[in-house]
Every structure is written in C-alpha cells, then in structure tokens.
Design a protein around this ligand. Structure first.
Ligand SMILES: [Fe+2]
Length: 159
C-alpha cells in the first residue's frame, strides 16, 4: 500500500523531480525514526508521502507555495488518493489532520504527527538554517524536534 501511495504521489507531481525527491526523503527519515519511536506505520508513511501534495494547487489557486496554502489544499487531494487506494477508512482522518497543519504543531500532538514533523525538519533544516552556524543549528535542533529519536538523528547528521 505504501508503494501504491508513492506511485500516486509520483504521478501527481509528474516531472517535478524535486518534490518527489523531497517526499521520498521525508518518508525515509520517517521510517528510520519509526524503528525506535512508536506510531502507526500506515498513518505516518501516508502522511510523509503526501504531506506537501497541496503545493501545486496552492501555487495555482493562491499564487504561492507558502505552507498555509499547502495546508489548505493538501487534505482534499490526499483524501481523494487514499480513498481511491482503499486506505483504511479510520486512518484517513488522522492522515489528513497531519497534512492540514504539518508546519504548525499544536499542544499535545499525536506521536504520528511528531514523527512526520521531525522527518520534514530533518530534510528542511539545511535550507531553513544553513549549515555554517553550528551554534544556531544546535539551538534549532534543541527547539524544534518533537521526538528524541529525531533530535538525536539531527545532531548526528548536522552538528
Ligand atoms: Fe515537506
């Protein structure tokens, strides 16, 4: 099922190799984090693959790929894909909920949300912070990561 969702994502993004690569890298980190953290594999993997799926509609409708527009457009597209693939009905809502605020954590987030959030940060931290200022990157790692595994992995990779 995971592979099917990946195929759908790749078809949807088409020749946008950068976004396909991003989704696949986030999925890779999510799976790595899930080796030690708990969470629902189906939900986390689906959310990792589809978290940025709203980006094209965001650009088309709102003229911007900004996070908040992705968050508005993403769930509808993800829902259509997951329903078509017979993704377990009870797990669709949690996936859509993660996509709908994947840049804006709230208090008391689910473990599934935390794993996806950290995986996205593991990929984005280089672009968001840069790698020159080691102190800054250490500070960001301390502040943004929501799971111990994600934090350890970020330290290992970037400090
Ligand atoms: Fe992302």
């Amino acid at each position: 099922l995971k592979e099917k969702i990946r195929e759908e994502m790749e078809r949807y993004f088409g020749d946008d190799a950068k976004r396909i690569k991003h989704a696949n890298r986030v999925l890779g980190y999510a799976e790595q984090i899930m080796e030690t953290e708990s969470g629902d594999r189906d939900i986390v993997c689906a959310a990792a693959i589809l978290h940025d799926i709203g980006i094209r509609e965001a650009e088309k409708k709102h003229g911007s790929s900004a996070g908040k527009y992705q968050e508005i457009e993403g769930p509808r597209i993800a829902e259509e894909i997951l329903k078509r693939l017979n993704f377990p009905e009870v797990k669709i809502k949690p996936v859509l909920d993660i996509i709908a605020h994947h840049h804006s954590p709230r208090d008391g987030e689910s473990q599934n949300y935390k794993v996806l959030y950290d995986s996205d940060w593991l990929v984005n931290i280089k672009d968001e912070v840069g790698l020159e200022d080691k102190e800054k990157i250490a500070r960001v790692i301390e502040n943004v990561f929501l799971t111990d595994t994600g934090k350890q992995l970020a330290k290992k990779l970037y400090t």
